[in-house]
Write a protein of this length. Structure first.
Length: 319
């Protein structure tokens, strides 16, 4: 709790009743059910943050207070919470995600007939710069070069991680969720569960990626389970890498060649390279990157060619 927000939080607690009707019982569990592990953890963290703000003993109690306070008071509580988040210096994206979690919870309550209203508090505007270029093709070559002589299980696994993140533009959560059963070397395909999806999408493996997979599976074995396994110092493999572990592997590889590299930076580098190779064919690259909104790729394309900088130079030259 931030000191300058304590009075606001006390006011929010005071205007909300502690008991909600039976129609709202179990709402939080229902709200969280059926979500991916990543989304589940994010929403759970968001609701726990709001719970701490209002001083409720549980997320369920926090939800009951919000829903039981009525339309105007609930919006006032959400407005106070937004101010509290901004006072803490949180990034606009974090503020907006936490407010979106509250809006979604109330929307579900309305759908179920628990309340007749919705939250109307909007998020905050953000125009943050996003570098979509990544470490570049030369950076990826440097990572692979550092692994070229490694034939142990960990070295082969790390090479495969780089290949999956760059060759197929996978997100680190997508790579970490892969199982051996998703690999079909004979057919040259990999079944990937994309962001926000439940069904798997078959991706055709480039020859280099297929070779990296085959080499790694030769060291790991083909027993069912997580594809990207933990490797101990004795070379044994067991369990699967988490998304955090994938992040650490890539960061360590980057540091070994004097670069600052993130897993998503490899995906960025792949998408930028794809735009270069296709002459900026955004629609074609959208199939490769699996972005749901083509406008995201247009941002990549602008950064790739520095279109805004090109126009700025032309404007400046008129003087």
């Amino acid at each position: 709790m931030q000191p300058n927000s304590s009075k606001t939080a006390l006011t929010v607690r005071a205007i909300a009743p502690a008991v909600a009707p039976r129609a709202r019982e179990g709402l939080v569990a229902l709200f969280l059910s059926g979500r991916s592990l990543r989304t589940l953890q994010a929403y759970r963290d968001d609701l726990q943050d709001y719970q701490a703000f209002v001083g409720a003993p549980t997320p369920d109690a926090a939800a009951e207070r919000l829903l039981g306070s009525g339309h105007g008071a609930a919006n006032a509580a959400a407005l106070a919470y937004r101010a509290h988040l901004l006072e803490r210096g949180l990034a606009p994206a974090t503020v907006n995600r936490r407010l979106a979690a509250l809006r979604s919870l109330v929307k579900l309550a309305r759908t179920l007939g628990a309340v007749p209203w919705t939250l109307e508090i909007a998020g905050v505007r953000s125009e943050a710069f996003r570098d979509t270029r990544g470490c570049g093709v030369e950076g990826v070559r440097a990572l692979l070069g550092a692994l070229a002589a490694r034939q142990d299980a960990k070295g082969l696994r790390d090479r495969l991680i780089v290949r999956l993140l760059f060759d197929l533009a996978l997100r680190r959560a997508e790579a970490a969720s892969l199982n051996v059963e998703d690999v079909d070397l004979a057919a040259g395909t990999l079944a990937v569960t994309g962001k926000g999806r439940r069904e798997k999408l078959l991706r055709t493996l480039p020859d280099a990626t297929r070779a990296a997979l085959a080499a790694y599976l030769g060291a790991r074995g083909t027993a069912p389970g997580p594809l990207l396994a933990n490797c101990d110092r004795a070379g044994k493999v067991a369990g699967g890498l988490t998304t955090t572990s994938v992040y650490r592997v890539v960061r360590a590889l980057g540091a070994s060649v004097g670069l600052t590299v993130r897993p998503h930076g490899l995906r960025h580098a792949a998408i930028t390279a794809a735009l270069d190779l296709t002459g900026g064919d955004v629609r074609k690259v959208q199939r490769f990157s699996r972005h749901s909104d083509v406008r995201v790729l247009q941002r990549y394309d602008d950064n790739r060619e520095d279109l805004s900088g090109e126009v700025a130079r032309e404007v400046a030259a008129t003087l």
